[in-house]
Design a protein around this ligand. Sequence first.
Ligand code: SF4
Ligand code: SF4
Length: 240
Amino acid sequence: MKPETKENGKIRFSTQSIFHFKCHSSLPCFTQCCRDVNIFLTPYDLLRLRQALKLSSGEFLRKHTIHYLAGAGQIPVVQLAMDPETLYCKLVTDEGCSVYEDRPWACRMYPLDLVMREGEYTLIIGKERCLGLLEKSSMPVNEWLDGQGVQPYVLMEQAFQSVMPPGYDPAKAGSAGIGKILFLAYDLDRFAGLLQDSKVRSFYEIDDELLRRVEEDKELLLRLAFQYIRNQLEELLEHP
Ligand code: SF4
Ligand code: SF4
């Protein structure tokens, strides 16, 4: 097992580093990390959350997020909304997260954060505020992450990141419209609505069997949305 290291004064963990941490409701900091925090959502985060809350994608986006298209590339940014008065996440209760089984990727990782170099992590917060970091309980980082159920989130985000065709520069002028296309991955019910058009189904070779399966399996629908988005972006690349 490797110990943690430091780079420019910041802690660096590898997947094999021993991580001392235990979060529980008797700590004085309990739920403080769910207040006034920026949680950026992936399309898969949004799908899990809105299924847990039994909301349509549009309802979830309206009630629980701040979302906008950012920069020249008009890339969608979707953030979990905090209560404007208390600044707490609207999904937290005195007992903790009300959607714990479906909490977002960033909440699963907390207090770890990704570093640009793959397989490396840092701490997003210090031991003075996240008291669970002072607990004796320890395990290798990769075991802890497995226990948090991050793997499906990593895989789905890798699939989403691959929707950009090679050579596509979202920041390039002339990319207007990209944001709306990418946003379909978040507003999945709107994508499902597009599939009701037989011309769209025929163009993308979606037969009745596939249509039936994606109606039942929203993760499959999300993967189909990724394919659709990639095709649309390739079109934009060829005919800007
Ligand atoms: S601040 Fe750390 S220890 Fe405290 S509730 Fe949040 S994750 Fe758990
Ligand atoms: S989703 Fe759950 S864990 Fe994440 S900030 Fe909200 S209440 Fe906390």
